[in-house]
Design a protein around this ligand. Structure first.
Ligand code: ALG
Ligand code: ZN
Ligand code: ZN
Length: 319
């Protein structure tokens, strides 16, 4: 299937599903063109098939492929944000970063280099993981370009722990490393969806010391999405914002295909509604991580992740 000829400057959109069946041909995110099929890229959807940083179930290395497959059904107009996300900006699938699964330090450098190159071209990265370790090199690249960024982190887990087995670079530690490295604006850090057992009460104290505020899953249920969104918008203001979505923020009923599931999570409806509520903020990059398709059923998790990525891409569209 070829990409239709379009005048220079007009974004190349997805393959038309009314003339080419959406289940035909190799999958790119939302059936968008590949990087090599377009002249420029405003939003770069990038896969990072890496899961060497996990503490429990492996398999997030297959996340990018699963999310692309599940994204075939996405359509070009997003009524919830009243925007056509592929029409006013060039969105392209930049493929997968070829990361070394046996050397975490080298893998992180490879990811940083790939994203730095896209940022230098003026593209905003929307990265599909991969385990949550990859947020660290993504933030390194983004902070090098924008300075310390505000962070909105959707997750069941804090991911601000110090080490596992003495290892500093894991999927449970990226945001502590990011604070230590000065990548984050400590006055605008929020976790949303936190729940589940911790190692000790001191986990919360250490996390607060780094500057994080916590909106727990119970807070979302008790206070409701509009109030949560208002609080986040107020905290972020006009700072450059990075959004990191660990799909395990969703209840295992909404996202069984993940490595460290915790009961009592958000619904996909709540997650999508909060993400949509960020419209107009200065979003400079985002990721959706921790999709492990071997534990998925009927693409439940991959569909949720693909829709989350679609909302994030929509947020980046000029209005
Ligand atoms: N980032 C994710 N998904 N999980 C972190 C869990 C770390 C732990 O095993 O305590
Ligand atoms: Zn998590
Ligand atoms: Zn996480």
């Amino acid at each position: 299937m070829s990409t239709p000829d379009v005048p220079a400057g007009v974004p190349v959109g997805p393959i038309d599903s009314s003339t080419t069946p959406r289940y035909a041909g190799p999958a790119t995110f939302a059936r968008l063109p590949r990087r090599d099929q377009v002249e420029r890229v405003d939003v770069a959807v990038l896969g990072v098939p890496f899961d060497t940083g996990v503490s429990y179930r492996p398999g997030a290395r297959f996340g990018p492929t699963a999310v692309r497959e599940a994204s075939r059904l996405l359509r070009p107009y997003n009524p919830a944000q009243e925007v056509a996300p592929f029409a006013r900006q060039q969105v392209a699938d930049c493929g997968d970063v070829a990361v070394n699964p046996f050397d975490i330090t080298e893998a992180l450098q490879t990811i940083d280099d790939a994203v730095s190159e896209l940022l230098a071209e003026g593209a905003k990265p929307v990265t599909i993981g991969g385990d949550h370790t990859i947020a660290l090199p993504l933030l390194r690249a983004v902070a090098r370009r924008h300075g310390p960024v505000a962070l909105l982190h959707f997750d069941a887990h804090l991911d601000t722990w110090d080490t596992y087995f003495g290892a500093p670079t894991t999927h449970g530690t990226p945001f502590r490393r990011a604070v230590e490295e000065g990548l984050l604006d400590q006055s605008a850090l929020t976790h949303i969806g936190i729940r589940g057992p911790l190692y000790g009460a001191e986990d919360l104290i250490a996390d607060a010391k780094l500057g994080f505020g916590i909106v727990s899953t119970v807070d979302v249920a008790d206070r409701g999405v509009p109030e949560i969104v208002a609080g986040v918008r107020e905290r972020v203001g006009d700072r450059p914002l990075y959004v990191s979505v660990d799909i395990d923020v969703l209840d295992p009923a909404h996202a069984p295909g993940t490595g460290t599931p915790e009961a009592g999570g958000l619904t996909s409806r709540e997650l999508l509604a909060i993400v949509r509520g960020l419209a107009g903020l200065n979003l400079v990059g985002a990721d959706v991580v921790e999709v492990a398709p071997a534990y998925d059923h009927a693409e439940i998790t991959a569909v949720a992740a693909s829709h989350t990525a679609y909302e994030l891409v929509s947020l980046m569209a000029p209005r």
